[in-house]
Design a protein around this ligand. Structure first.
Ligand SMILES: C[S@@+](CC[C@H](N)C(=O)[O-])C[C@H]1O[C@@H](n2cnc3c(N)ncnc32)[C@H](O)[C@@H]1O
Length: 228
């Protein structure tokens, strides 16, 4: 609007962003700044709990330290990267697995070695086939109440963006009984460049739309109570 200064959406003060801003030296972290609000919204409930998280894409190792600071010393972190040099970032409570996130055989080994996790963050190669392979390999390996996030979905015609749009349609399936997707996935959230799926705490076994009240308009409505 003319005369009004441009401003960003309201920012939330999050421990993640504070850690990021204080991390001016040492292992590098590279995140879009607006991710921190979204992460805190979805992951805040898991702070200071003995959660396990997997981040695909280690690069310079700083984000592994950020997650450790955020979730606390009881958390277990699994970093995954295709570059063997990233093994250097292994430390107390931080395991590093080297492999290609696009390779289903790598994830098969991962699932054998690593028990189901609470959080998956895909910040790896950012190519759609890698992101799809990762989501499909890990969605069933996330614990109830857990969270899956995929970063850096850039561009309106991003193929992974289209894949997520199609996948999300499964939430609207209307078949009388809930589908496996509706049972497992609580919700899908879109942010600029970031998608977050929340996994249901307990399986959603039914979707119901009860009618409460005794007075109804005689407007034709499929499934509405019949008036005497
Ligand atoms: C954007 S960087 C990760 C940044 C880091 N998570 C952070 O927040 O600072 C991407 C990383 O993904 C890794 N990578 C690229 N392709 C991969 C693949 N196919 N499988 C696993 N890791 C991959 C790269 O080696 C690189 O270290």
């Amino acid at each position: 609007m003319p005369g009004r200064p441009a401003r960003n959406a309201a920012r939330v003060d999050t421990p993640l962003e504070r850690y990021f801003d204080a991390n001016l030296e040492g292992p590098g972290i590279w995140k879009w700044r607006h991710y921190f609000d979204a992460y805190h919204r979805h992951l805040g409930k898991l702070c200071a709990k003995p959660v396990s998280i997997v981040e695909i894409g280690i690069y310079s190792g700083g984000s592994l330290g950020m997650w450790r600071d955020y979730f606390g010393s009881d958390c277990t972190i699994y970093g995954v990267d295709i570059e063997p040099v990233c093994k250097a970032y292994e430390s107390d409570g931080i395991h590093v697995l080297i492999g290609d996130q696009a390779d289903p055989a790598f994830w098969e080994r991962f699932r054998r070695e690593v028990p189901p996790v609470d959080v998956v963050i895909d910040d790896g190669g950012h190519e759609a086939h890698q992101q799809v392979a990762t989501l499909e390999a890990l969605i069933g390996h996330i614990k109830p109440g857990g969270v899956y996030a995929c970063e850096d979905i850039h561009g309106e015609n991003n193929p992974f963006g289209h894949y997520i749009a199609g996948l999300s349609q499964n939430l609207h399936a209307h078949r009388g009984e809930t589908t496996p997707f509706q049972r497992t996935v609580e919700s899908v959230h879109l942010y600029p460049y970031l998608t977050v799926l929340e996994i249901a705490e307990c399986p959603r076994t039914e979707l119901v739309a009860p009618q409460h009240g005794t007075q109804w308009q005689p407007i034709p409505m499929p499934g509405a109570p019949t008036l005497a």
